[in-house]
Design a binder for this molecule. Structure first.
Ligand code: GDP
Ligand code: IMO
Ligand code: MG
Length: 429
């Protein structure tokens, strides 16, 4: 049985949502395995723009099953709002969505702690989180103090256990962080309201997923964030709190690792990052501002301006290897249309030495200077290109250079926001 994983290879926002929406057409089941509503996946279909945070992008295609699996952390009110928002726009959300009873819940105090912790951090200690409570929710999962979807559906259990948790977290919030406490009654009321709304969707998704695999259904795993935000291999501590690479799929779904088949890594034709932390190829000049303007680089979740820089092949190589990518979807090539020349980072200079892999320590990566290779721009509009031959010669050379440097074939090139703005590459040709 072949499955496909679509994962981000940079710092998130590579265009995973657009690629998943497109590939959902030829799959049966679309699965989110990790992350939470820190994710923001923008999908444009027939001029209509949708911003998805927890619901898999397959929801926009009728007849597909969408699964929020156990590795995801769920903001209850956020998910209810997302489902209501989709329904209000005529998108069906009913039996086509399943939510794991093992997925952890992001509580009010997780969001409050996330914000209080960020406010207390100063200077380089600040991570620039999305403020969605992701770090504290995963921390509670691993210290075995979390609530899972199945728990919040059991009102009697919830009421018995939550009192101590609220007391502990309120102590931290008020005594250590000097922040406002959360109210027990308000927390309970909002959980109980959302839990009733979500109850019909909650099930043992691992069982269903194993059944889907045995029935020969085609599964598509939708990654959130990107490899450089991975808790183990990202630019720690400026990362998110889950495994964002394909390694997160088995644990996040309950399917064995052997289920993961093809892996499509999504790379933007340049680099962006939202939030703090080292970024060797960052451009703080006019070229960076131009990438931000042309690419509309503002966060889907927080609206923050994304930091922009040239393509970084050191990152691409590492992320291809970490994920076991078998193909690359290169997005936003059209954004580079207006540039006279384009730079590619091929290595770093660190303390006088040339290196071609990422150092583990953020402080070392902060000192890395990009070693650039210059390529000529094409200065031609590529947004209407729909086949490899439609692309100008210089754009094709740029794509080919990226696949050489990354060590993986570019099988798809995206040249616009719309579902149809894509070039499927015939690798035989
Ligand atoms: P994700 O988090 O990886 O799904 O990416 P986001 O949705 O946060 O950010 C990608 C942004 O780029 C979205 O606004 C997309 O609509 C847009 N986008 C995706 N692919 C392309 C493309 O090929 N060209 C252009 N111009 N925009 C794109
Ligand atoms: P998608 O799925 C880009 C970043 C935050 C911050 C760091 C930690 O849309 O690609 P967190 O709230 O997770 O504790 O924040 O991770 N971050 C993202 N950046 N795209 C995302 O998701 C992100 N999710 C988290 O900006 O730097
Ligand atoms: Mg995003």
């Amino acid at each position: 049985m072949k499955t496909l994983a679509v994962v981000g290879l940079q710092w998130g926002d590579e265009g995973k949502g657009k690629i998943v929406d497109l590939l959902a057409l030829e799959h049966d089941v679309i699965v989110r395995c990790q992350g939470g509503s820190n994710a923001g996946h923008t999908v444009v279909v027939d001029g209509e723009k949708y911003a998805l945070h927890l619901v898999p992008s397959g929801i926009l295609t009728p007849g597909k099953i969408n699964v929020i699996a156990n590795g995801v952390v769920i903001d209850l009110a956020g998910l209810v709002g997302e489902i209501e928002g989709l329904r209000a726009r005529g998108v069906e959300v009913s039996g086509n969505l399943m939510i794991s009873d093992r997925a952890h819940v992001v509580m009010d105090y997780h969001r409050a702690l996330d914000r209080a912790q960020e406010a207390k951090r100063s200077g380089t200690a600040r991570i620039g989180t999305t403020g969605r409570g992701i770090g504290p929710a995963y921390a509670d999962k691993y210290r075995r103090s979390g609530f899972r979807m199945g728990d919040v559906l059991d009102s009697e259990f919830l009421r018995r256990v939550i009192v101590d948790r609220i007391e502990e977290n309120n102590f931290l919030l008020s005594e250590y962080y000097g922040a406002e406490e959360v109210s027990l009654e308000e927390t309970l009321a909002s959980i109980e309201h959302a839990a009733e709304f979500l109850r019909p969707f909650v099930t043992d998704t691992a069982l269903h997923l194993r059944r889907f695999v045995s029935e020969g259904k085609r599964l598509l795993f939708e990654g959130a964030q990107g490899a450089l935000l991975d808790i183990d291999f990202g630019t720690y501590p400026y990362v998110t709190s889950s495994n964002t690479t394909t390694a997160g799929i088995p644990a996040g779904t309950g399917l064995p690792p052997s289920t993961v088949g093809e892996v499509l890594g999504v790379l933007k034709a340049y680099t962006t990052r939202v939030g703090a932390g080292p970024f060797p190829s960052e451009l703080e000049d006019e070229a960076g501002a131009s990438l931000r303007d042309r690419g509309g680089e503002f966060g889907t979740t927080t609206g923050r301006a994304r930091r922009c820089g040239w393509f970084d092949a050191v990152i691409a190589r590492q992320s291809v290897a970490l994920n076991g990518a078998t193909g690359i979807a290169l997005t936003k090539l059209d954004v580079l249309d207006g540039f006279e020349s384009i730079m590619l980072t091929t290595a770093y200079e660190l303390d006088g030495n040339s290196i071609d892999s990422l150092p583990a320590a953020a402080s070392a990566l902060e000192r890395c200077r990009p070693v650039y290779e210059k390529m000529p721009g094409w200065n031609i509009d590529t947004s209407q290109a729909r086949s490899w031959d439609d692309l100008p010669e210089r754009a094709r050379r740029y794509v080919e250079r990226i696949e050489e440097l990354a060590g993986c074939p570019v099988t798809m090139v995206s040249v616009g926001r719309e579902r149809s703005a894509v070039i499927m590459r015939d690798m035989q040709g």
